[in-house]
Ligand binder design. Structure first.
Ligand code: NAP
Length: 296
């Protein structure tokens, strides 16, 4: 089947690689066209605009940074909504506001296209291995149509409700993880005077009830950076993590709910981003805190 991947940043590129690896014909578009080159070298076809990509494919997977990117790529000139859309299926895997997914779904439906939101848990490695965790929102029939493609990308697929529900659950699962990365930085700060080797300290913390499974993948990198190594490769950018926390806090306001811990963590992510760490991996929030000079 020919599948279009719209947005080939870290996650979109990994997803495109996975779809090619399992035998799909893949077409790609990205705002910065240079990022499509490795995929084209691996056999994908690049398109000059989202609209032409959509017209060439039956199913389109969208993976964009945030609400502003979604607005530009769906509603901009040569955007997805400018294509002939009747009969197409769009699966959007971006982490954005629930109401963004709802309004895009309504606009696509007006033009005869089916739409499923499917933000994911898991980073670039699980994406390449087809081991993401999909939080799916949409109509039952549309989700059933998306299922064969989702099954090629995901180890677990949870249809959690109508459009917007997937986005809400995705924001909910990232909230404690991102708070954890900041909390870990604070834990490391109170252990700093002990001068324990970083890998030993991370090993001790990793073997306790308070540690998320994400430490299995990121603990070694965190220990290396604490030990003095430069920041490693970015899997999930700190700016994108800040965006997720900000979106969760903003979404909670629409529910008249307060998220005091998430709001505090968000302020720490904003500070780290302002200090120039936006492109670093989100776990740089943990390694930064023990080094930070306290504000007087
Ligand atoms: N990385 C992870 O581990 C991970 C895990 C789960 C979920 N997510 C979510 O997946 C989504 C993508 O994350 P990522 O890590 O792949 O981010 P990324 O590497 O920064 O890629 C972002 C993508 O969005 C595009 N984009 C940004 N602003 C745009 C705009 N105004 N107009 C058009 N395109 C725009 C970028 O295009 P350019 O290349 O032209 O900038 C790129 O294709 C985010 O919602 C993130 O929260 C990420």
């Amino acid at each position: 089947m020919k599948i279009g991947v719209c947005g080939t940043g870290r996650m979109g590129a990994a997803i495109a690689q996975r779809l090619m690896a399992v035998g799909h014909e893949v077409a790609v578009w990205n705002r910065n066209q240079a990022k499509t080159r490795p995929l084209v070298d691996a056999g994908a076809t690049a398109f000059p605009a989202p609209a032409s990509l959509v017209e060439s494919c039956e199913i389109i997977v969208v993976m964009l940074l945030n609400d502003a990117a979604s607005e530009a790529v769906y509603r901009g000139p040569d955007g997805i909504l400018k294509a002939k859309l009747a009969g197409k299926l769009v699966i959007d895997m971006s982490t954005v506001r629930p109401d963004t997914m709802q309004s895009i779904g309504a606009s696509l439906a007006q033009q005869g296209a089916a739409f499923v939101e499917s933000p994911v848990g898991g980073s670039t490695s699980p994406a390449k291995e087809g081991k993401l965790f999909a939080l799916v929102g949409g109509d039952k029939a549309d989700v059933a149509r998306a299922m064969p493609v989702l099954e090629h990308m995901c180890r677990r697929i949870e249809h959690v409700g109508p459009l917007g529900a997937g986005a809400a659950v995705k924001l909910a699962i990232n909230l404690p993880l991102l708070v954890y990365w900041q909390a870990l930085g604070e834990s490391l700060t109170i252990c700093k005077p002990l001068n324990l080797p970083a890998d030993r300290l991370i090993d001790i913390m990793s073997d306790t009830a308070g540690t998320p499974t994400a430490m299995k993948g990121r603990g070694a990198v965190i220990a290396k950076v604490l030990g003095g190594a430069p920041l490693g490769e970015t899997a999930f950018g700190l700016s994108a993590a800040r965006k997720d926390l900000a979106t969760a806090v903003q979404f909670a306001k629409t529910l008249h709910a307060e998220l005091p811990v998430a709001a505090s963590a968000l302020a720490c992510f904003e500070e780290a981003e302002a200090a120039g760490l936006g492109d670093a991996d989100a776990t740089a929030i943990s390694t930064r805190w023990p080094q930070r000079q306290p504000k007087s």
